[in-house]
Design a protein around this ligand. Sequence first.
Ligand code: ASP
Ligand code: MG
Length: 425
Amino acid sequence: MGIVVQKYGGSSVADAAGVKRVAQRVVATKKQGHQVVVVVSAMGDTTDELIDLANEVSPLPPARELDMLLTAGERISMAVLAMAIQSLGHEARSFTGSQAGVITDAEHGKAKIIDVTPGRIEEALSQGAIAIVAGFQGVSQTTKDITTLGRGGSDTTAVALAVALKAEVCEIYSDVDGIFTADPRIEPRATKIPRISYEETLEMAAQGAKILHLRCVEYARRYDMPIHVRSSFSDKEGTWVVKAQDVVSEETMEAAIITGVAHDSSQAKITVVGVPDKVGEAAAIFRAVADAQINIDMIVQNVSAAATGLTDISFTLPRGEGQAAMAALSRLQAEVGYERLQYDDSVGKVSIVGAGMSTSPGITARFFEAMSEAGVNIEMISTSEIRVSVVVSEAQIQTAVNAAHGAFNLGTDEIEAVVYGGTGR
Ligand code: ASP
Ligand code: MG
């Protein structure tokens, strides 16, 4: 039997009891004959608490020191888990990201993995030990400083190690039983998806479903590493994230038309009102936003009014970046000559995702009909080959999710979804 990489999130190792429970699980996997590598996140809300602490001592914590501070959270988890496993009579050794050979670029707070050289992990495994690795961190190849991969980055550590070690599977444990057809917190009839493609998972995650770190799915897709998303609080089979060919249903030999509904309630919308309709205006606006390092999402430009030659441009972005975007755009008013800016921070996005929709007509119509029957007003629309998204007011997100979920018969009558822990912070 081969190598299994298991990643446990912060809610699974939130306290001593959680750590002991995880230790039991790890030992059980080892006893089945696998070589086990465990990647851990910081205990509970430790990372948030460390960020709060940094902000208390400094208005703008230096990125290098912030990374050094945050990586301490995962180091606590890895050491206590190794202790708990040893107390069960099994050999376990903990390693920081740097010791585990996670080599990154030098971008503090959002470093990218450029190489994984897990020599010490292989050595530990060959000596019969369980290797425990601190997630979400690495070491820069150029500066030799400690880096972090960005919030939620332990998933990516796990997949990268699984690939480098040629593991059979990367198991990602959290406090839910897998990936659901919608967020069970707002859709009680959500069902567990048994198998889902990398592409659909990427769309779901990008559209706000808090299932897996986007980059970890991209990484897994690139190297075709199967991910098994499951709960550390139960023994149930979770959701397998695999390549598209391995998803097709046995009965129909085709991909499901709609796999799930994702929502994102942390969006904001900016409208630039009264933009002169001439060449280069949109370029100037989005250059200013891009230079402020802001990722925009949907864009809509209205047809300009014939009488005035003015148009409105609206776009959505993460709410946390709204003020920075407004500031960048205000500086542009004289140059672009627009009339005014409008800011709406109470919007959200609801998306349907499914690989089968590219070959089935009428999906968008059915989705919009469901919105209209539920009285949900659609403010903006965007699509990809396997997704349709709408922007709605924040107050209508849950109604929209429930309506879409019902319209595509994704629900079940038995309540399946159990949320075991975590503060969702
Ligand atoms: N502890 C880090 C965070 O909370 C990394 C992770 O959980 O994956 O973002
Ligand atoms: Mg965390």
